[in-house]
Write a protein that binds this ligand. Structure first.
Ligand code: PLP
Length: 419
């Protein structure tokens, strides 16, 4: 059986009513995913290829490479069907639900990307699908709500609290504890109680499995660094997993620095989502991990210009890899992410998701460090760098245009033509 904890992190901190569901899921994960019972893995790989559009390219970004003076490679998860890495996991779990004989699938969603991916997977597998989504998120992510409905999913609004991802997850878990007989809960990141963090990582690890082979075949060596954004951390763990044992490959998890670091304990608010780098240990959604919380243990409201990174927790395995010194947590603020969004769009012809723009933004700081090493005579790093472009940014256009105008973002084009 796979591990239940990562050092002090992970575990199964859930009400008794959920334990039968988790035990059943652990068993199914072991048999179908790890042991390929009934050819589950073969069917999953076939569907990822034909429905999902895998493998995704590893593309040299010529103009960024010229800007920074080293080779930048983009892992193009934005080209997965649906426009983000989220389908890798949603398809895996929906298929698992089918193998388990479940007829109904539920999921939580924040930005709507995971909800959309789950709705798409359920439509293709003929499964009933219900998505829990906070009222605030429903109002700010309308196009994704329409996409879920168009794929035949019911969207259940959650009016509790701030009406965002945390509350939607609570409601999905509550539903699952009542309906476990016929329902599977497709969690959207490497978070939640065991076996979700390990299982979601395994479904997403196709990213680094492909990238490792592509680097060997296309570049003739492994990258010196892999850079990925971290919300819950599923694209991060997916992009890192097959490189974790390669000691010469540095791994950077880029969090949302928002509009400033730290937690305002009185307001119970953090103007960022940097739980991995700045959070403290606690329990959220069934796992022990790093959280943005008050000293009394109240989870605070987080912030990021990118809805998909706006989460006060992070996957337990990532928290462990940071403590072990294997992953370096860094962050970039909202403005840097917006600038990186425009930089990729104008220089490479690719519109990245605002989430992925955080990973791209970190290249600026990385390049500065590299040239400082060079100037000081330290052996400079000399290899290629991979950035995981976790999704495409069409969903973010309204936000980007509004925020870029308000903040006077240097790289943004003039939109006066529309005024
Ligand atoms: C494109 C994209 N990238 C990244 C994320 C963050 O999730 P995770 O950290 O689990 O990869 C999201 C979440 O919605 C997303 O849509």
């Amino acid at each position: 059986m796979s591990q239940k904890t990562f050092g002090d992190y992970g575990g199964q901190y859930v009400p008794e009513a959920l334990m039968p569901a988790l035990t059943e899921l652990e068993d199914a994960y072991q048999r179908y995913v790890l042991e390929n019972e009934d050819g589950f893995v073969d069917e999953f790989e076939e569907r990822l290829r034909d429905f999902g559009g895998r493998p995704t390219p590893l593309q040299r970004a010529d103009n960024l490479s010229e800007r920074y003076g080293f080779d930048v490679y983009l892992k193009r998860e934005d080209l997965v069907h649906g426009g983000a890495h989220k389908l890798n996991n949603a398809l895996g779990q929906a298929l698992l639900a089918k193998y388990m004989g479940k007829e109904r699938v539920i999921a939580e969603t924040g930005a709507g990307q995971h909800g959309t991916a789950t709705a798409m997977a359920c439509a293709s597998l003929d499964l009933d699908c219900e998505i829990y989504m906070g009222r605030t998120d429903i109002n700010r992510q309308r196009p994704n709500v329409y996409r879920m409905r168009i794929h035949g999913a019911d969207v259940n609004p959650v009016d509790i609290g701030s009406g965002t991802l945390k509350e939607a997850t609570n409601e999905a878990m509550r539903d699952w504890s009542r309906t476990v007989e016929d329902t599977h809960y497709v969690i959207g990141s490497v978070v939640g109680p065991h076996p979700f963090p390990t299982m979601v990582r395994d479904f997403q690890s196709v990213i680094s499995e492909e990238a490792r082979e592509q680097f060997r075949a296309q570049v003739g060596r492994l990258p010196e660094a892999v850079i990925a954004c971290a919300g819950g951390g599923s694209n991060t763990m997916g992009a890192f997993h097959h490189f974790v044992d390669d000691e010469d490959v540095d791994l950077y998890a880029v969090e949302a620095g928002g509009s400033g670091l730290g937690v305002d304990n009185e307001e119970s608010y953090a103007p960022n989502s940097a739980s991995l780098g700045t959070g403290t240990e606690g329990v959220l959604h069934g796992a022990r991990t790093k959280l943005l919380q008050t000293p009394e243990g109240q989870i605070v409201e987080s912030h990021s210009v990118s809805a998909g990174l706006d989460y006060a927790g992070v996957g337990p395995e990532l928290a462990y890899l940071v403590d072990e010194g294997r992953v370096t947590p860094v962050n970039v603020d909202d403005d840097a992410a917006l600038n990186a969004f425009h930089r990729l769009a104008t220089r490479e012809g690719i519109i990245p998701a605002l989430e992925s723009s955080h990973a791209l933004a970190y290249l600026e700081e990385y390049a500065e460090q590299r040239s400082a090493e060079h100037a000081s005579g330290d052996a400079p790093r000399a290899g290629p760098v991979m950035v995981n472009v976790s999704g495409r940014g069409d969903k973010d256009l309204d936000t980007v245009i509004e925020e870029s105008t308000e903040r006077d973002i240097a790289n943004a084009p003039d939109m006066e033509v529309y005024q």
